[in-house]
Design a protein around this ligand. Sequence first.
Ligand SMILES: NC(=O)c1ccc[n+]([C@@H]2O[C@H](COP(=O)([O-])OP(=O)(O)OC[C@H]3O[C@@H](n4cnc5c(N)ncnc54)[C@H](O)[C@@H]3O)[C@@H](O)[C@H]2O)c1
Length: 248
Amino acid sequence: MFDFKNKIVFITGAGAGLGLGCAIGFAKAGAKIAVADLSEKAVASAIAELTALGADTLALHGDVSKASDVQSMIDQTVATWGRIDVAVNNAGISAPIRPVAETLEEDYDRVMGVNLKGVWLCMRAELQVMLKQNSGCIVNMASALSQRVYPCASFYVTSKFAVAGMTRTAAVEYANTPIRINAVCPGNVATPLVLSTVDDLDSLASLHAMKRLGTPEEVANAVMFLASDLSSFNTGTLLPVDGGWTAQ
Ligand SMILES: NC(=O)c1ccc[n+]([C@@H]2O[C@H](COP(=O)([O-])OP(=O)(O)OC[C@H]3O[C@@H](n4cnc5c(N)ncnc54)[C@H](O)[C@@H]3O)[C@@H](O)[C@H]2O)c1
């Protein structure tokens, strides 16, 4: 359906879950994938899976909450392939489920560091490359929880509301350039992140009007739409992929 032949796609958190789903989607559409992840093991297994699909890949190991790691991963991508056509800022984590009075400073710093600072650091570095080449698309991984609250997940919800705000602000800042900046807002998908946080998948599924969980492929399709010319009039869009959760 999509054609990203020979496009250079940089994806954070591409070793597992939704990031891996996006990497597989772009690989099947012909893209070269820079697989950026904190976990070297996850990078290795993602590279094996993408290579089996016939994709050119670049293994990148780093922490998106550290400016030097982000710069190094972007520099390696440009040194290898000369450009970045699409950046998917997907890496994200959750915190223990707790009411605000019981939350911990270390969890705040960790979640905001990866989910918000990580997206900012990546966007800053990516935009510097894209402005030079005068082209590019950025897709941030927000969440249905950038539009709705989920009790006892205040840090996660706050980080995703902020990603939505940063996406829209940056989109408007660069709207007079060829660079478009959007976000997808997925509902619940049974990835390692969700499986490690929640036991009751049925109750998560029941949040969606469609009464089921989403799949990584469904999220990847929305990301690829926002990264493709099919969405040429979209910038600052927060695209729900949530089985009708936020429509209710
Ligand atoms: N799964 C869902 O239901 C869901 C719904 C909405 C939004 N999201 C968002 O999608 C994104 C991916 O979530 P997921 O469910 O696939 O998670 P996951 O835990 O399954 O995979 C995340 C990947 O990111 C990597 N990662 C974690 N911290 C990192 C860091 N500091 N630097 C680089 N890589 C790092 C992990 O090693 C892992 O490979 C997150 O931003 C999450 O908030 C997920």
